[in-house]
Structures are given as C-alpha cells and as structure tokens.
Design a protein around this ligand. Structure first.
Ligand SMILES: Nc1ncnc2c1ncn2[C@@H]1O[C@H](COP(=O)(O)OP(=O)(O)OP(=O)(O)O)[C@@H](O)[C@H]1O
Length: 295
C-alpha cells in the first residue's frame, strides 16, 4: 500500500452549470477510518462516485490504493468495495442465497462460496436469519447484509455511503462495531455520514465539505479545538436553544461575550458552558460559508 490509501488533488466536477466539487484536496492514511461530512447536496456521493471510478472528474486527480481513478480504472476497481445508500440485494432471495450468488459471481468455487457465506453470516450476526427472505429483514439487517455482500472478496479500501442512515441507535452501534473490526483487519474505510456523532465516534480523521470545498479537516479533537476551548450555550425559558457562541472559557472573555449579548436576549435566558461538539463544528462551518455566499 502506498503512503496514502486515498489521495485527492484539486478535484473539480460540475453537472451542467452547477459546480459540485470546486477543488477538493484530501489524503487518507492506510488502515484508518475517514469520515466525509457535509450538508445535503454538498457533493459527498459525487466524490465517492469519482473515487470508485463510476464517473470521471473534470479537473484534478485522485489515487486509490496507489492507482489513478481515471487512467487505472481496472486496478482501482480490484482494490475497492462499495456499498451504496440503497442496498443492491435481491429481496426475493434469502440472505444466504444473496451471499452465495455474490460469491459465485466473484469467481469462488461452490465449496469456497459456502465457507465464505457462512463466515460472513456469522460475522454480521445474520446466521439466525440466513434462510429468511430479505424482504422480511429489518433496516439494520439489510445494511449488515449489504456490508457482508461488499466484503465477499476482501479488498484494501471500502467505501460506505451513509451506511447507517435510517437505522435506530442499537442497529447503528452494531454496524459501527462491524466497521471498527474491518479497520482492525487493516482495511481503509472512507465513509460519508449525516450523523456527526458517527464521525466523532468512528473516524480517525474527518473532512467537512461545503460549497464544493473542504471547509475543515483533521481529527475530531482538532476540529473541536479550532472552535475555541469551550462554547456558551444560551437557552430561553422553554429550554429552546437560542445561540451557541465559541469562547476561550476565560472569565474576561465570557463576561465580554455575555455583556455584548445581554441586551438582545430575553431576561430569563439560561447560560451554560460546555466543550464544543461535532454539531457545533458542523454548524459553525457550514452556516458561515452559506451566509458569506449569500451576501
Ligand atoms: N448525475 C448528475 N447530474 C446532475 N446533477 C447531479 C448528478 N449527480 C449529482 N448531481 C447534483 O450534484 C449535487 C451534489 O450531489 P451529491 O449526491 O454528490 O451530494 P451529497 O453530498 O451526497 O448529498 P446527500 O447528503 O443529500 O446525499 C446535488 O445538487 C445533485 O443534485
């Protein structure tokens, strides 16, 4: 594996006159989990499609497992697994039949296919449901089957486009455990997510994209610390959030901020001070950029 499992330089993509990616630079270390965050329509799926060779960029370059996504498409395809927002499983077949079919399509013999299928059913906690048709599966079971199918052949880089969207907390955490196990085997995981907590809990590094550019990148701790050491959270008498303001937490700064705000806020405003969350990072970055672009 080269120095970076994924490397993106100056990537641009437009659809008609809509610029979706406007100069993206990223680097993902091998054997790590990377999370791409961004508001709806920010271009996350477009970037995954370029990195998995489904579409070409207009400008810039990207390498996956050391291979160029335009010049070395076949090598890239042999190095990656991809699961999408919409599971590509056959609803009429059972979970076991889906896996067996995918094993055979991937060139495994019947004996190898049986072994691999039963390994994956156990690993993704689907053994009890193996002989049930997929149309009877819950959302969490479908996602686990989708992930199992994408791992029929072990590849060094795995792309997960919103792997836990729509799942309840328990199913989401079960899938996080599966994803962490894959990382422990040395697989590099590139995921997009709408859930900031998911990036916070899972990812070794995070990038937030907005308006076609990387708004910030780093570890969750780095991203939060860039907001300042603390945030002031202001809520009205009905416990509704009014404002979150970054602060150093030092008494002088807190007093200055509160003095500036006091005249514009209701007298029953409650103030608390806490560490920044990923939600604060996301909101601070993406809403600021949007305000600037509308100005
Ligand atoms: N093939 C296409 N033709 C035209 N426009 C497209 C095409 N694919 C994506 N777009 C547009 O590009 C923009 C970015 O879409 P994309 O799906 O990459 O965003 P996203 O960040 O994955 O969004 P979401 O979080 O909603 O899934 C959207 O405005 C979308 O309508």
């Amino acid at each position: 594996m080269p120095k970076f499992a994924i490397e993106v330089n100056g990537l641009r993509k437009r659809f008609g006159d809509q610029v979706v990616l406007n100069g993206i630079d990223l680097a993902v270390m091998p054997g790590t989990i990377f999370a791409l965050l961004g508001p709806n329509g920010a271009g996350k799926t477009t970037l995954i499609h370029i990195l998995s060779t489904l579409i070409n960029p207009d400008v810039g370059s990207a390498r996956v497992a050391g291979y160029d996504v335009v010049r070395d498409k076949n090598e890239v395809k042999k190095s990656i697994s991809l699961t999408g927002q919409f599971a590509a499983v056959d609803e009429v077949l059972t979970g076991e039949e889906n896996l067996l079919m995918m094993c055979k399509l991937s060139g495994l013999t019947t004996a190898e296919s049986r072994i691999r299928t039963s390994e994956l059913l156990i690993r993704f906690d689907l053994a009890a449901a193996a002989k049930k048709r997929v149309k009877t599966y819950s959302g969490g079971m479908r996602r686990r089957l989708d992930l199992a199918i994408s791992l029929v052949v072990s590849r060094p880089v795995l792309f997960l486009d919103e792997p836990t969207t729509g799942l309840d907390t328990i199913s989401r955490r079960a899938l996080w455990d599966n994803i962490i196990q894959l990382k422990e085997q040395g697989i590099t995981i590139f995921l997009t997510t709408q859930y900031l907590e998911e990036a916070d809990q899972l990812a070794d590094s995070i990038a937030v994209i907005d308006q076609g550019r990387v708004a910030t990148a780093g570890t969750a701790v780095q991203l939060k610390s860039r907001l300042g050491g603390e945030v002031l959270e202001l809520r009205n008498g009905h416990d509704e959030l009014l404002l979150v303001v970054p602060t150093s937490g030092k008494i002088q700064d807190v007093m200055l901020t509160l003095n500036e705000l006091a005249h514009s806020l209701p007298p029953d405003t409650q103030v608390s001070i806490r560490k920044p969350s990923m939600d604060d990072v996301f909101l601070a970055l993406t809403s600021k950029e949007r305000e600037e672009s509308y100005a």
